[in-house]
Design a protein around this ligand. Structure first.
Ligand SMILES: Cc1ncc(COP(=O)(O)O)c(C=O)c1O
Length: 383
């Protein structure tokens, strides 16, 4: 099979496909929402999983030394950050880890800063734990996003924790060294814990990714996983990098209470192979994604949809303010007219209204179908 060809995901119980009728009202909709890829995982990972599956016992599994070695190797190689292996705490997903961190480092009623529009579990996890949501809304001007640092500092004065998405989902913003260092400076000044979700760090289109953990502020947790990068999110294998011993102990205590200490046998093998053997595949993937982004951006040039420049991730954030006056009309256009199941921008918070998030981790052929459907919908729209 050609790499990055269209893959039939029928019979795999894929969330993205199975929920189409419920979400969009029809199975004819092309699902372009959940952030996993319609692209095969690297062959080396498929082989490693098949090899592990050939042993017929799938019992409780511990994390071997190779797991920690692979993570520190990847962190050094891809992010220029030297970490010690004892800082690594294996976990069962980034969203669960966000919840563990909130529970470990804050009390009911205490404030947590987020930067909307933002990946929905950021605000749902804060609310579910009865913590106070402090929204440092991103500034959107001339098609670009930036941080309102004055507001950030005002919120930092009363916050206990800052939940950062780096790169940012859904805006795809890859934070610069200056922006990150300013965030660190303010958090350090008020002694608040930084929890940085870096799950999209590997797919960045210009330069090298900078982890906020590399700035050396002790109260920083970095959450990462190979799950987005290598399309293995279903294996539920992630890790936290926690330099500070006490923060590490507190995080592990919450994990232990939740009963999630042992690992996924397939996830462990997949992570080791991903980080030690699949870098060339990742470079090819990035070229493929960037080509999709360019094709789609070019096709949208003469339409009322303006994509925000994609800096990272396999997602595009589409500004639809010139398409319709209301968010409901935007949804109707994509779901009913074009039959394209993008993520609803409003699910990322109020500032996401009249935006849509498009998952471009699809084959070239499917990009063609997507553009054809848009063209037909625009035809109807102009009549
Ligand atoms: C920013 C961000 N964090 C976390 C996740 C999910 O992480 P996990 O599946 O490891 O819980 C996603 C998935 O879309 C994401 O975009």
């Amino acid at each position: 099979m050609k790499p990055f060809a269209t893959i039939d995901r029928g019979e795999t119980h894929s969330v993205k496909y199975e929920a189409r009728e419920k979400l969009f009202g029809s199975k004819d909709v092309i699902p372009l929402w959940v952030a996993d890829m319609d692209i095969a995982s690297p062959f080396e990972i498929q082989q490693a999983i098949a090899k592990r599956a050939s042993h017929p016992i799938y019992g409780y599994t511990t994390y071997p030394l190779e797991f920690f070695n692979a993570i520190s190797y990847w962190t050094r190689r891809r992010y220029n950050w030297e970490i010690e292996e004892r800082w690594i705490v294996p976990s069962c997903g980034v969203v669960p880890s966000i919840n563990f961190a909130i529970e470990a480092y804050t009390k009911i009623g205490e404030g947590v800063i987020v930067q909307p529009p933002i990946y929905p579990p950021f605000f749902t996890s804060i609310k579910a734990h009865g913590r106070k949501l402090l929204e440092n809304k991103l500034i959107y001007k001339d098609g670009k996003y930036s941080i309102d640092f004055e507001d950030f500092e005002a919120k930092a004065k009363v916050a206990k924790l800052f939940l950062l998405a780096s790169p940012h989902n859904p805006t795809t913003k890859a934070w610069s060294k200056d922006e990150l260092s300013k965030m660190v400076e303010i958090c350090q000044k008020y002694g608040i814990v930084i929890v940085s979700d870096e799950i999209h760090a590997d797919i960045i289109y210009k330069g090298k990714f900078i982890s906020i953990g590399s700035f050396g502020y002790e109260k920083t947790l970095v959450l990462n996983a190979p799950s987005k990068t290598f399309n293995i999110a279903g294996l539920k294998t992630s890790y936290a990098i926690i330099k500070d011993r006490q923060l590490r102990i507190d995080f592990q205590r919450v994990q232990k209470n939740a009963g999630v200490e042992s690992g996924n046998p397939f996830g462990i093998e997949a992570l080791i192979v991903a980080y030690t053997k699949c870098e060339p595949w990742l470079e090819e993937l990035k070229a493929h994604l960037f080509s999709n982004i360019t094709t789609i951006s070019n096709a949208l040039t003469h339409t009322p949809i303006s994509p925000v420049a994609t800096e990272a991730t396999f997602l595009m954030w589409l500004d639809c303010h010139h398409l319709f006056d209301t968010h409901e009309e935007v949804l109707e256009f994509f779901y009913k007219k074009a039959k394209l199941g993008l993520s609803d921008g409003a699910s990322f918070g109020i500032d996401g209204e009249r935006f849509m998030r498009l998952n471009v981790a699809i084959s070239q052929e499917r990009v063609g179908v997507l553009l054809e459907r848009l063209k037909i919908a625009f035809g109807d729209y102009q009549r």
